[in-house]
Design a protein. Structure first.
Length: 135
């Protein structure tokens, strides 16, 4: 919808011209009012239910993970996770999907698998994820 914002003046001019042309027809006014009412109601419904887009991300296990990261890691710590933008958005930490990147050395790894205990220490675990710290 933000891409349509520059077109709003043109829409206003178009609707104003339509009103001038079809003003004598009452059916046109009724249809137009119904259209605008439907548009406003659907927009209100979307605003009320927009949290549904994050429903799979904001489950209880993931919220525990994000809270753990925020409370137990440094603000400048680097994390390796398969979806780095999620960690950046919800936990405000630098993250990468490539754990073997030499330019971006990570201190923590988030995975659902067990890792080698000689290289990593498990510091957090829930039913979905495990957080490991590199030794």
């Amino acid at each position: 919808s933000r891409y349509l914002l520059p077109l709003m003046p043109l829409c206003y001019i178009g609707i104003k011209n339509l009103f001038e042309i079809f003003a004598p027809l009452k059916i046109f006014r009724i249809i137009l009012y119904l259209f605008f009412s439907y548009t406003l109601i659907s927009k209100f419904h979307w605003v009320q239910n927009r949290s549904a887009a994050y429903a799979n991300v904001l489950n209880e296990d993931n919220l525990k993970l994000f809270n753990f990261i925020e409370e137990n890691t440094e603000l400048d710590s680097k994390i390796c996770f398969r979806k780095p933008r999620v960690i950046k958005y919800f936990a405000n930490r630098m993250c990468t999907a490539n754990c073997n990147d030499e330019d971006f050395e990570t201190k923590y790894v988030i995975t659902s698998e067990d890792l080698n205990p000689l290289e990593f220490i498990k510091i957090f675990s829930n039913t979905t994820f495990k957080v490991y710290e590199k030794i």
